[in-house]
Design a protein around this ligand. Structure first.
Ligand code: SF4
Length: 409
């Protein structure tokens, strides 16, 4: 059995570092400039260069997603960015447009090319077609069930296959949807969906615009278009046995906290499976952890024929039972103190949790100072505060606190 790779989304340099700290084998990134827009959730080329160097020092691979369907006018920019990526020693480019793939092959024939799920590969002939065009890995269409995935993987053993194991599900067929483009001017077909299908919609009759028709699926909400999120932690053996070599988590737009918790949980689960594949069983604590990041309730999506595919979840808003309140910026072993960058309010007597890569430490905030040694009763976002702590803690470790109310991620 090939050791499967745990592939984590890294929307920016901090998330890349978080993914590495909590156990990713590989990360995938978006690149500002190629998508013709620079968003917070994308890397600048300078940040990416630094990120690739740091990742390679830790033995972690970095792939760049260039999965736009390019217009002619985009092609010069595509070529420039591909050349930059090659110079930075990126480990592979994830693309979906045949034109982009052809351009990569022409300009950088040694570049590793992965085919995005947006290319909708659903059968063995399509896999062979892409193998003949220099693609070495395919993210199969997520509409396939696991039996279909296994059958395809068996027929083309030389091809690597990657599958999504966790994250938001799209309600349209492999991302072919204009909702985001129409409502937010951000095109899903250019890899930039803002996920407006998660919003709450109403049905309005044309002559009575002020009186929306109430369609209640329960006494709280109705979300006509919103899917539950994918979660396959229980079914890692079935995924790996289907011939999958890369287990992919969705969510380049998600938070550092999400990256930390999801990476750590799947790292533990995958290691447990690899140590003893015959006796793998999901642990309650893994499910518990995955319930502590934003989610809309979990589903196994399309993977089992008996499952109701893409089932919507009318009863759950984005739900997150914990909030990230800071990250560790420094540890001072002589003073036994940690310097924390606050991301949220932290008050004296708060019960907080420090997430180490393989352990969660509960702490009560009994004292807190600023960097000048002035005692604080409360700290806010962007404060730099010092907390006593007597063990070495890695830089970038995440600190969280139970949420007091339902919140969004
Ligand atoms: S808006 Fe929703 S359904 Fe449309 S592409 Fe984005 S995630 Fe998919």
């Amino acid at each position: 059995m090939r050791r499967p790779e745990l592939l984590i989304p890294a929307g920016n340099l901090e998330k890349l570092r978080t993914a590495i700290l909590y156990g990713a084998d590989a990360v995938y990134v978006g690149v500002a400039g190629l998508s013709l827009r620079a968003r917070q959730s994308e890397f600048t080329l300078a940040d990416l260069e630094m990120g690739i160097k740091e990742a390679h020092q830790k033995g972690v691979k970095v792939y760049a997603a260039l999965n736009i369907f390019a217009r002619n006018s985009d092609l010069p920019n595509v070529e420039t960015v591909v050349n930059h990526l090659a110079e930075m020693a990126i480990d592979g480019i994830i693309a979906s447009d045949p034109g982009v793939i052809q351009l990569i092959r022409k300009t950088n024939p040694n570049m590793v090319v992965h085919l995005s799920t947006q290319a909708n590969t659903t059968n063995v002939e399509a896999v062979k077609f892409w193998a003949n065009h220099g693609v070495s890995r395919i993210v199969l269409a997520r509409e396939l069930n696991l039996d279909e995935v296994a059958a395809i993987a068996k027929m083309v053993p030389e091809m690597e296959f990657e599958l999504f194991i966790h994250g938001a599900m799209c309600m349209s067929y492999s991302g072919r949807c204009y909702l985001s483009s129409y409502l937010n001017h951000r095109s899903a077909n250019q890899g930039d969906c803002s996920q407006p299908c998660r919003w709450e919609y109403q049905l309005i009759e044309a002559t009575r615009p002020d009186v929306p028709l109430i369609l209640e699926e329960d006494d709280r909400y109705s979300y006509f278009l919103s899917s539950k999120d994918l979660c396959m932690v229980e079914y890692l053996p079935q995924i790996v046995n289907a011939g999958i070599s890369s287990l992919k988590v969705e969510g380049r737009m998600k938070t550092v906290y999400y990256v930390a918790v999801v990476t750590r949980t799947y790292r533990q689960a995958l290691d447990s499976y690899l140590q003893d594949p015959e006796h793998y069983s999901v642990k309650a604590e893994w499910i518990d952890e995955l319930n502590k990041v934003s989610n809309r309730g979990y589903t196994t999506g399309f993977y089992f024929a008996s499952e109701k595919i893409n089932e919507i979840n009318p009863t759950t808003r984005y739900y997150q039972s914990y909030d990230m309140v800071g990250t560790v910026l420094e540890y001072n072993p002589a003073a036994k103190k940690i310097l924390v960058g606050a991301r949220n309010r932290i008050s004296l007597n708060d019960e907080i949790e420090l997430l180490l890569p393989d352990e969660t430490i509960k702490l009560n905030v009994t004292e807190m100072h600023d960097e000048a040694g002035v005692p604080l009763r409360a700290a806010h976002n962007q404060y730099r505060i010092i907390l006593p702590f007597d063990r070495e803690v890695p830089v970038g470790a995440v600190i969280r606190r139970a949420a007091t109310a339902t919140s969004s991620d």
